[in-house]
Design a protein around this ligand. Sequence first.
Ligand SMILES: Cc1ncc(COP(=O)(O)O)c(C=O)c1O
Length: 379
Amino acid sequence: MNPAKPELSKYRSEFPFTDRVTFLAHASFGPLPQRSWKATEEYYDCLRLEQIKDMDKVAFDKLDDIRAMTAQMIHAKPEETAVVTNTSYGLNVAAWGLDLKPGDKVLLSDVEFPGNTYPWTNLRQKGVTVEFVPSKNKCFDIDNLLRAIDARTKVLAISFVQFFNGFKIDLKTIGQICEEKDIFFVVDGIQGIGNLEIDVKECKIDLVANGGQKWLLSSPGTGFIYVSSEAKREINPSFFGWLGVDWKLDFSDLFKFDLEPFPSARKFEIGTYPYSQIWTMHSSLQLLAEVGIRNIQSHSQALLDLLIEHLRKKDYHITSRLESDHRSCILSFSGKDTEGLFRKLRKHNIITSLREGAIRVAPHFYNTADEMEKLIQLL
Ligand SMILES: Cc1ncc(COP(=O)(O)O)c(C=O)c1O
């Protein structure tokens, strides 16, 4: 089987390193497509050329597009998304905006990425209780979640896909539980959004936080949040700034100190944006929309199938779960000398990540079956 769809191969030229380097570490960071690099240059051109006269309009149009494109990616409405600088910012929007009281309980997973633990454990200074739901074989376990929930439980915050083994959680079932128990459902989407289909409405998610630097192929300093218009509780913008209100692009009279916050999620955007990265993100999101999330998912998983087939025949231990409900675009495995193998792959310009004692392989839509074959040859 050759899983590389011909129409995807045309995107190889967006990634000029591919003739020398096999990059399979999108769960760590995303490379910049050529068109996004050009878009970033265009931003700086705008600053030094005559387009400078239209800067505000161009920038705000791009931000509108980003809100719309990120919303589309997760089946939300544009007014439910806001542009932020990283995942952690979005998680803090929830942690501080929810007005949690002493004794209220937040549930996390005991195998969570620390980006989604510190914003919550920081609330202990307010008397909030933070509890880690025990995982089962390093995967989030719904029975243990049910055991941990009590009348004080107000929030569950969890990753869509676990960073080290790629375990995709059952968002729909968990969302249903949160709905029934009136628990605010927060999802760190960074390891799944951009490579897996997700419907935030169907999964009854209240807030998603998502950095752009990995699967969205954007640069560090970009990201978005989704705050559901039907969220269980209102989130107060605990940080608030001048770009959280509507100037209608008229900055001629700025002594207006009592404008109302945007009714949309835009109220969480507080000040001047990292514009060069906004140009980058805009272009990368357009590329992902062109390729299509469903294609990205099926292509990346078909590439991983090739690897799985080989690993099963050899003496390797796959640390990811392979049931379709829990599979993502990340596959992890270990062997007799995992670190040595990781170094060997690097020496041959095959870039993976080493996480929690396993090699993490995370292909994107422009990777090919030949690249997987190269990796397999070295195993
Ligand atoms: C699950 C998860 N959440 C968050 C992050 C990063 O958070 P931030 O965008 O705030 O740096 C990572 C990886 O860096 C991650 O794997």
